[in-house]
Design a protein around this ligand. Structure first.
Ligand SMILES: C[S@@+](CC[C@H](N)C(=O)[O-])C[C@H]1O[C@@H](n2cnc3c(N)ncnc32)[C@H](O)[C@@H]1O
Length: 291
């Protein structure tokens, strides 16, 4: 996060969700009817013309970092499906870590039926989020608890203290688009806290960068451009995982049933049937694990 500022990357993923929402129902992977409400006025204006919005996205993102859009949208869909599975299995709480402008608490309100949602995010981003939620819905929804936290310096105990989180209920922890911005110590602390403080049957889903991308070994030239861009914009990538070590690392932190999903998996599952995903950022992966 840039010092003293809300996360701008939270707005980028909201832009992707807003643009995806412009597609016809049978051509889209994700439907977020609220995403546009979290954007600044000039982006909201662009969205009024779908061709212009798509052209702007191509100009600012796809032209420079080909495959970025489909990669992120497929990741969002994968996490949506994980949430729906967990809800169908009766989990009682959902904790969205580094929530940014994630609207799952509002998009899936009907399916949540009684499950409490916690949005834990950096206070600077969360302050902006709450303002925009109030503008969109008239007030903060009763089923969501907003917990300000800095993962680098504070413990997730904040969920309990004043947040109302209980370790007695099975919980899904969603940590999307966040680990790459943190130190390795902060990532391990959060994952360790979850496994030590949630009911058996709880689970976590998060995405991570591959170390080979982070340390410059990745073959695609735009991988290095992305690293340089993030540094320039003040939100540098810092954390990555060696895919071969994912399971051992998570088992060491108290998890079981570790599942690794690659971008090629997401392509087969979601993108190919829509004739999308010709280029992807394959240096991301998604992990799911059980407590
Ligand atoms: C790319 S955004 C992802 C937002 C959302 N999860 C999504 O997928 O749209 C990164 C999020 O991580 C949060 N974040 C970054 N560093 C953080 C920290 N040290 N403590 C808490 N949150 C942090 C930012 O506030 C932001 O909401």
């Amino acid at each position: 996060m840039r010092r003293g500022r809300a996360s701008w990357t939270a707005e980028i993923t909201a832009i992707y969700r807003a643009v995806e929402a412009l597609r016809p129902a049978d051509r889209r992977l994700v439907y977020d009817p609220h995403a546009h409400a979290f954007l600044r006025a000039h982006f909201r204006l662009l969205l009024k013309s779908p061709p212009l919005a798509r052209a702007a996205l191509w100009f600012w993102v796809e032209r420079r970092f080909p495959g970025g859009y489909d990669s992120i949208v497929a990741r969002i869909r994968c996490v949506d499906d994980c949430l729906q599975r967990a809800l169908a299995q009766g989990i009682g709480q959902v904790v969205i870590l580094g929530a940014g402008f994630d609207a799952r608490a509002y998009r899936f309100q009907a399916q949540l039926s009684g499950a409490r949602v916690f949005e834990a995010d950096h206070p600077l981003t969360q302050r902006v989020k709450k303002r925009k939620v109030i503008r969109r819905f008239g007030r903060l929804p009763d089923h969501v608890t907003y917990v300000p936290i800095d993962f680098e310096t504070e413990s997730l105990d904040r969920l309990r203290r004043g947040g109302g989180y209980t370790a007695a209920l099975q919980t899904l922890f969603i940590w999307e688009g966040v680990t790459k911005y943190l130190t390795s110590a902060a990532v391990s602390d959060v994952l360790g806290w979850i496994s030590a403080n949630s009911a058996p049957g709880s689970r976590v889903v998060f995405d991570y960068l591959l170390n080979a991308m982070l340390d410059g070994r990745w073959a695609e030239p735009h991988a290095q451009k992305i690293l340089a861009y993030q540094r320039r914009k003040g939100e540098p990538y810092r954390f990555g995982v060696d895919a071969g070590e994912l399971a051992a690392w998570l088992i060491g932190l108290g998890y079981s049933a570790v599942q690794r999903t690659t971008l090629d998996d997401l392509k087969r599952l979601y993108l190919q049937p829509l004739n999308r995903g010709k280029r992807l950022h394959t240096f991301y992966e998604i992990a799911e694990a059980m407590v």
